[in-house]
Write a protein that binds this ligand. Structure first.
Ligand code: DGJ
Length: 740
């Protein structure tokens, strides 16, 4: 899949579906980006893709009358040598200057790919992918940069990351390092990304690309509620089914940027990597720094194709294979039902009732430890509160397991409250400068996870519980962002490392726990969706998508999440009404119809429900389990809706053999005397016939004309005045099964 022309130093990565081409510019020895798009035939030389123009008033490279790096489309641009656009790397030298000149040196190819040390990395066997490493040498130091490109055989995906190694003496500082930069020859694109805030995460945003810089990112210590480490560029006419797109996603959970810069010559520079703000890394003698990995995809069949590519890639090459396609337990989480206020007996009764309703896992959320009666206490003291749990966690777990109920527990491992023995013993373990203001968030402070001893202490505390209490699941929460980044363990010149070291420490704790407890299901969470990213997905096959559990709000959130995350990882619960975040009242049916397109669960007090509702929950869990394989493994199609403005949403999942499908249809506000509501389905086999609610329809007509979403009243006109109006927030799920 990787072809190299050694005479011309031209590299062509292709898997028959996409091609990625770059070469070494003969005059400057920098890497010149030539092409990323549909697969093209291999040739000896792609010289016709090289363009040069004489442009007065620009600075020229030494010894040339035409070459300015500003005019070359590059793979790894440097700062301050004739290219004024934002660079891939900026090094600060002992002299204080930031002038680098990285020239091509050599390359290497191997089958498969290697893990990036300390960072979540996508994987693939020797048969599934090939890796090209291009080595660049700095002309002014003994720093070497290695650029890694992995192309996958089964999907239109190329991943990139880089390493910087100080092979000389003395200290250098990396002021910024992108995981990938590439320059596209055009700029007529729309810029798509996921935008939000707490309780309204991942709303899709689409804007026309403009000259200048458009950037998304986070400097909060987590990928954040505000932006997701993902963006796409697509042709202005692109819709779900048609149109060209480029998709980019970063496997990282900390500070990041995704940036697009359109220059004066209509070239679009894409950059993605660790956010340079609050970042500066000292690279000592013999040391290497590795960037996180970027996933890049290209296609021509619209945005739904992009989503399906990301879904398949995450399922096959990022999520732990033990979980990727494994059915997840239907759960009941205690948070919205009890908050901090519960007693052992009520938990047991709740869990037993849940079992009767077909729920498999009871999750005890916040409030079970230390003196945790509200959010201002006890984080970092991970031992059970004996007032609430007089017989302890082990006893609770035993009772549940005797009744065939799995047990899960909430932790917020990265945080500390100041009323804990841990804080009293180690006040210096907090992030922040003790001589300056240290802000709190939700009354809590952040442990300096860049320190190994801190990670070890929290591991020991969690291990004490995990090794004595039978737990199948933990929910790993993180409820505030980092402020005032300062570590008392680092020297003055290394304070720019705090944010990245922190996230490395978080990953390290995940590794340690999963190494010892490989079968533990971890659901990651950060005050809802503040760390819903591919980095977390590597450790945690399902992620709590948002603290907003309102079914209508969830339509926009889950619609946005589906742009790149598989449905099998979108944590989604049925909660009570009036909803706790927005006060809206929706039917139990609609709440479940939304939550079923995710990892399904409940989060309410079962004893506040009537018999009718409990019996409906039984039916819902049964229905979900019947279709869980399809939901976990099928192909996802968005049919209707676009983020917050839509009144109607619809999506569907089709099994890989096209023999069954599940369609979800949702209407926000009801309309009087509406037109016919038809849903054009997708992904079916046009030659099959499908049974839908006891009638038969052909696959081709379901896709070309559509499924009637509302009831059909042929011959039942007398029902018009007596029929029940569905009202606002109505929804329907249709199950399609091949009959012939
Ligand atoms: C924020 C989470 O998103 C909620 O689900 C819940 O676990 C609370 N934290 C508990 O404090």
């Amino acid at each position: 899949m990787i072809r190299v022309n050694e005479k011309t130093n031209c590299f062509h990565l292709t898997n028959g579906e996409i091609s990625y081409v770059f070469c070494v510019d003969q005059q400057t020895s920098v890497l010149e980006h030539l092409y990323f798009g549909m697969a093209v035939n291999d040739r000896n030389y792609f010289e016709d893709l090289i363009e040069r123009e004489v442009r007065p008033s620009n600075n020229l490279f030494v010894g040339s009358q035409t070459t300015s790096l500003e005019h070359i489309r590059q793979e790894f641009p440097m700062s301050s040598i004739t290219d004024y656009r934002n660079p891939a790397i900026e090094i600060q030298y002992p002299s204080g200057d930031r002038i680098s000149y990285f020239k091509y040196d050599r390359y290497e190819i191997y089958e498969g790919k290697k893990k990036i040390k300390g960072l979540p990395t996508s994987f693939g066997t020797e048969k599934e992918c090939s890796t090209l490493v291009v080595y660049l040498k700095d002309s002014y130091s003994d720093i070497e940069v290695s650029l890694f490109y992995t192309i996958y055989r089964d999907l239109p995906i190329i991943t990139r990351h880089c390493e910087v190694e100080n092979r000389g003496e003395g200290n250098y500082y990396i002021n910024q390092l992108m995981s990938a930069v590439l320059d596209l020859p055009e700029c007529e694109y729309d810029f798509i990304h996921l935008n939000g805030a707490w309780a309204r995460e991942m709303h899709l945003q689409r804007d026309t690309l403009i000259h200048g810089i458009q950037q998304i990112g986070s400097n909060r210590g987590a990928s954040s509620h505000m932006h997701n480490p993902f963006f796409a560029l697509c042709t202005p006419n692109a819709c779900e089914q048609f149109g060209e797109f480029y998709g980019f996603s970063l496997i990282y959970s900390g500070n990041f940027i995704g940036e697009v810069e359109v220059d004066s010559y209509d070239v679009t520079r894409v950059r993605m990597g660790i956010n340079p703000q609050d970042f500066k890394w000292r690279l000592g003698q013999g040391e290497t720094f590795e960037s996180p990995e970027v996933i890049m995809t290209f296609g021509k069949q619209g945005l739904n194709q992009m989503s399906q590519t990301f879904h398949s890639f995450f399922q096959k090459h990022l999520i732990d294979p033990n979980w990727a396609n494994k059915k997840r337990p239907v759960l009941l989480n205690s948070w919205e039902g009890f908050y901090f206020d519960f007693k052992e007996e009520e938990l047991i009764q709740t869990a037993l009732e849940a079992k009767k309703l077909g729920i498999d896992l009871f999750v005890l959320d916040d409030g079970w430890f230390g003196e945790r009666h509200s959010d201002d206490s006890s984080l970092g003291n991970w031992s059970e509160n004996r007032e609430k749990l007089p017989h302890g966690l082990s006893y609770l777990s035993e009772i549940l397991h005797q009744n065939d109920m799995k047990f899960g527990l909430w932790f917020e491992p990265e945080m500390i409250s100041t009323d804990t023995p841990l804080y009293k013993a180690h006040p210096d373990w907090l992030i922040g400068n003790p001589d300056k203001n240290i802000s709190h968030g939700r009354n809590q402070y952040i442990l300096d996870f860049g320190r190994e001893e801190v990670v070890e202490e929290i591991f020991q505390q969690m291990d004490r519980i995990l090794s004595t209490v039978q737990l199948e699941y933990i929910k790993w929460d993180m409820n505030r962002y980092i402020t005032e980044p300062y570590s008392q363990a680092l020297s003055a010149d290394c304070q720019g490392e705090v944010m990245h070291r922190y996230i490395l420490g978080v990953y390290q704790l995940y590794e340690k726990i999963l190494q010892k407890y490989p079968n533990l299901l971890i659901e990651s969470c950060a005050g809802g969706g503040a760390r819903f990213d591919p980095g977390m997905l590597y450790y945690s096959p399902q992620i709590w998508t948002s603290d907003d559990t309102d079914a209508v709000e969830r339509l926009s959130i889950q619609y946005g999440a589906s742009f790149l995350y598989p449905i099998s990882c979108i944590g989604s619960h049925v909660s009570t009404v009036p909803n706790h975040q927005v006060g809206r009242i929706t039917s139990l049916a609609t709440r479940a119809n939304v939550a079923m397109f995710g990892t399904f669960g409940y989060e309410l007090n079962l004893f506040s429900l009537g018999e009718g509702e409990l019996s409906l929950i039984s039916k819902q869990t049964k229905y979900y389990k019947e279709h869980q394989k399809l939901i976990m493994e099928g192909k996802f199609y968005r049919l209707k809706g676009d983020s917050i403005k839509s009144n109607e949403f619809a999506w569907m999942i089709v099994s890989n053999n096209q023999e069954e499908a599940l369609v979800g249809w949702y209407q926000v506000l009801a309309k009087p005397n509406p037109g016919y509501q038809r849903l054009k389905l997708r992904g079916l086999n046009p030659d099959y016939f499908y049974a839908v609610e006891e009638k038969e329809f052909s696959g081709d007509l379901l896709m070309e004309i559509g499924l009637l979403a509302a009831k059909n009243y042929i011959g039942k006109e007398q029902e018009f005045w007596s029929r029940k109006k569905v009202g606002d927030f109505s929804s329907e799920i249709f199950y399609l099964k091949k009959v012939r």
